[in-house]
Design a protein around this ligand. Structure first.
Ligand code: IMP
Length: 425
């Protein structure tokens, strides 16, 4: 296996966890490199279902090493909860889960600020997951973040928290009319988290270099999706990290020349949670049916996902900005009951075709999706184990998607289980 980055190619929730879980069989180390506990990865192994927010789902394969890289913003309480749950179900993480010592920590003021800003924004709210992600990245870039290494340094942590809270508490009490936070209990809670996590803290960049020198293969696990990228997405209705493949290097301490392939995960239709533009959204019964058939509810917040037709403009952009070398098309079985399936092949604005998604979010109001209608297959694909098992109309649909977005199909997924995956040569 080559060193591979897996990214979401739409608005997240494309089924990356399943794809990573399947690819992880051939990898040695799986690395998260951006985002935080806003991600929600559901993996089904046998009759057990696991939801991960921080730990790479490959942790359930006992021979694999997992790394949470410096590009992630870490909520230590959430991480400890996941570790306890895994260990409670018999999956040990000691000695094979490593946490980058220079990773930023999501602090209580980040979560409080996330919530207060969203409440204050009213109808202009982003619809965040409320996990403190945006404020944590703001402080990272403003150079006033707390890093994992700080949780191992009592004096340093106390001094930093006390100094940071002077400004944060002014913000809370004077601007938001909210209660101030108290340094003492935060310091003792986070020192305790540091004590518990200390055996897992490492120089992750060195861990990865040593793994590669030993001939091991790396698999990078993207969170969210390309159109939620803070630079390339539908700004400001985006998450606060770079979600695209290039971010895997900054977020882990591995150089770009180490990477050989990029898998773009795409759902056979489109979904979005949170607010913001969605040109192919289906408001009526059809959208409702896709939500029901696809179980489209957020893994982190439980919110119903907005559903719509496949949008080739979105995925074409993802192929470009990620350098996607192969597509993993998921949830094909969700379309089994449709007699006809629409695909958005382009956008027009005032009757003129445009080449890319609008840069200004308000301009999406003028976008008219151009649709092509393809025949459905009206049969159950969930038992297909090879490309030849798929009905001709399904193959035709998938090949048309690949042609429209300009990348070859590497894998097709027809259900949540590990064995419901078809690999193409
Ligand atoms: P935040 O990442 O919590 O700040 O939320 C910003 C936007 O990204 C909101 O629209 C969220 O619904 C969306 N978002 C964040 N994480 C995910 C994810 O893992 N899947 C899908 N959408 C997400």
């Amino acid at each position: 296996m080559k060193n591979t980055i897996v990214v979401g190619s739409q608005w997240g929730d494309e089924g990356k966890a399943k794809v990573i879980d399947v690819l992880a069989e051939h990898a040695d180390v799986v690395i998260r490199f951006q985002g935080g506990a806003n991600a929600g990865h559901t993996v089904v192994v046998g009759d057990q279902e696991f939801v991960f927010h921080l730990i790479p789902s490959a942790i359930m394969r006992p021979t694999k090493t997992c790394v949470i890289g410096n590009g992630v913003v870490l909520d230590p309480a959430q991480l400890l909860h996941e570790i306890e749950e895994l260990e409670g179900r018999g999956f040990s993480v000691r000695g094979r889960l490593w946490l980058a010592e220079n990773m930023q920590i999501v602090m209580p003021w980040h979560k409080q600020l996330d919530r207060l800003k969203e409440e204050a924004a009213g109808k202009n709210a982003i619809g965040t997951t409320g996990r403190g992600i945006g404020p944590a990245y703001v402080d990272k870039v403003a150079r006033c973040g707390i890093r994992l290494c700080d949780l191992l340094d009592e004096q340093g942590l106390r001094a930093k928290v006390e100094s940071i809270l002077v400004e944060k508490n002014l913000l809370f009490t004077k601007i938001y009319d909210a209660p101030a936070l108290e340094a003492g209990s935060i310091v003792s809670d986070y020192l305790e988290f540091g004590r518990k996590l200390a055996p897992l803290v490492a120089n992750a960049s060195l861990v990865l270099e040593r793994a590669m020198k030993a001939g091991q293969h790396l698999l990078f696990e993207g969170a969210q999706g390309t159109i939620l990228d803070v630079d390339h997405g539908t700004y400001p209705y985006v998450t606060s990290s770079n979600t695209i493949a290039g971010s895997a290097c900054c977020g882990s301490g591995v150089g770009p020349t180490a990477i050989q392939s990029v898998i773009g995960v795409v759902k056979a239709y489109t979904t979005r949670v949170g607010n913001g533009p969605f040109p192919t959204e289906l408001d009526g019964q059809l959208g409702e049916s896709l939500r029901t058939w696809g179980g489209e509810f957020g893994a982190t917040t439980g919110r119903p996902r907005r559903c719509g037709w496949f949008d080739a403009m979105v995925v074409r952009k993802a192929v470009r900005v990620n350098g996607i070398t192969g597509l993993a098309i998921t949830k094909v079985d969700v379309l089994d009951k449709l007699a006809e399936i629409k695909v958005c092949v382009g956008y027009t604005v005032d009757g003129r075709q445009i080449d890319d998604l609008p840069v200004q979010v308000n301009d999406f109001a003028k976008v008219e999706p151009v649709y092509e209608t393809l025949p459905g297959w009206l049969s159950d694909t969930s038992a297909a184990v090879s490309w030849s098992d798929l009905p001709p109309a399904a193959k035709n649909y998938l090949e048309r998607l690949a042609e429209l977005v300009g990348a070859p199909i590497a894998m097709v997924s027809v259900g949540p289980r590990r064995d419901q995956a078809i690999f193409l040569p």
